[in-house]
Design a binder for this molecule. Structure first.
Ligand code: ACO
Length: 312
């Protein structure tokens, strides 16, 4: 048993923080940020605007897009690492915000930037087991919660936002979430992690080196497993961490520039929201079209990494 995508939605906070805005508050330049990361701007949540607020708007838009209500959803899985509250989960809070009354299950997945691939992996398993009919998958982050404006090497890299996708079970194994693979190596904890005072500790150059091999490895595994090559894939949508990482990894797999979806220039790194937001945004703007085949690799803190193959 497989699945198919029946709805999507996204949300970006109103406030846009440009590289020039950073120039005014720290020792950095637009040129450095663009050259090293490909980022031009990112969205910052307003004071008091939390992960659950962004997640609920993206979820509502996905429901409207699918033409269904929250009680038509059988499970909510939310990928997030930056919720305001330790409990309950953002998934359950979204159910509350949207007035769900069916007692459907909801939970969060904490996989940092790979969180949305872990969430897809869970959803694929539930569909394969025939356990749920419709699953809503949300990726939502307020990365500005972790930003230390005294650390220019990480402050410029992150943004806030949310995306949501709704999958419905299907008898076809060739639509929706076709395949997933997820991995983790806890021995690499020191490379990138949160600190007890809610900051980001990152060895940028080492993270970069790992990212340019792990994302293509996971993507290659998925393609081999499906018996396809880059020629058969319409778009590669890598985790939007850094334009150089995206181009290096996708190029190594044989993807031409016109098949690589890039939103990091506008959204920066939104961690667990990155891929869901990028896909919803691309569908909304007619860049990616229904029916297209998407290769979807990600990596993040843990280290964690993985990939999915999805038909829109
Ligand atoms: N503006 C200007 N100069 C800066 C800035 C800045 N914002 N930040 C760092 N620099 C300086 C450094 O101080 C250093 O100066 P020095 O040579 O005088 O010491 C110089 O730039 C080079 O610093 P590096 O860290 O070596 O720069 P690098 O080329 O590696 O680029 C970057 C840094 C962009 C962070 C890169 O390493 C990278 O993208 N790494 C991967 C990060 C990533 O993808 N993280 C994903 C997180 S996923 C998750 O789970 C959250």
């Amino acid at each position: 048993m497989g699945s198919r995508l029946i709805g999507y939605g996204s949300y970006l906070p109103e406030k846009i923080m440009t590289n020039h805005d950073f120039e005014r508050i720290m020792d950095t330049t637009d040129e450095w940020i663009v050259q090293r990361t490909g980022m031009h701007e990112r969205h910052f949540a307003a004071d008091g605007e939390e992960v659950v607020d962004m997640a609920a708007v993206a979820a509502r838009r996905a429901l409207d897009n699918a033409g269904i209500g929250i009680d038509d959803i059988d499970m909510v899985i939310c990928a997030t690492t930056s919720p305001e509250l330790d409990f309950p989960s953002v998934g359950v809070q979204v159910l509350g915000r949207l007035g769900a009354s069916k007692n459907q299950p909801a939970f969060d997945v904490r996989g940092a930037c790979t969180g949305y691939i872990y969430a897809l992996h869970c959803a694929r398993g539930f569909f394969a087991a025939g356990m749920h009919r419709r699953i809503m998958l949300i990726g939502a982050e307020k990365m500005t919660r972790f930003i230390d404006f005294n650390d220019r090497s990480t402050a410029v890299l992150f943004g806030d936002g949310a995306g949501a996708m709704i999958f419905e079970h299907s008898s076809s194994g060739y639509s929706g979430i076709i395949d997933t693979v997820v991995m983790a190596d806890g021995r690499e904890f020191d490379m990138l992690h949160g600190t007890p005072d809610h900051k980001i500790a990152m060895n940028g150059p080492e993270t970069y080196k790992k990212a340019v091999t792990l994302m293509p490895d996971a993507a290659q595994y998925i393609m081999e497993h499906a018996g396809i090559t880059a020629d058969n894939v319409d778009w590669i949508v890598p985790h939007q961490a850094n334009l150089r990482i995206i181009h290096s990894g996708a190029g190594r797999l044989g993807f031409p520039l016109e098949k690589i979806l890039v939103t990091v220039d506008k959204h920066a790194n939104t961690s667990g929201a990155s891929g869901v937001l990028a896909l919803s945004y691309a569908l909304d703007n007619g860049i990616i079209k229904k029916g297209q085949l998407i290769l979807y690799p990600a990596f993040g803190s843990g280290l964690t990494w993985g990939a999915a193959l999805i038909r829109m």
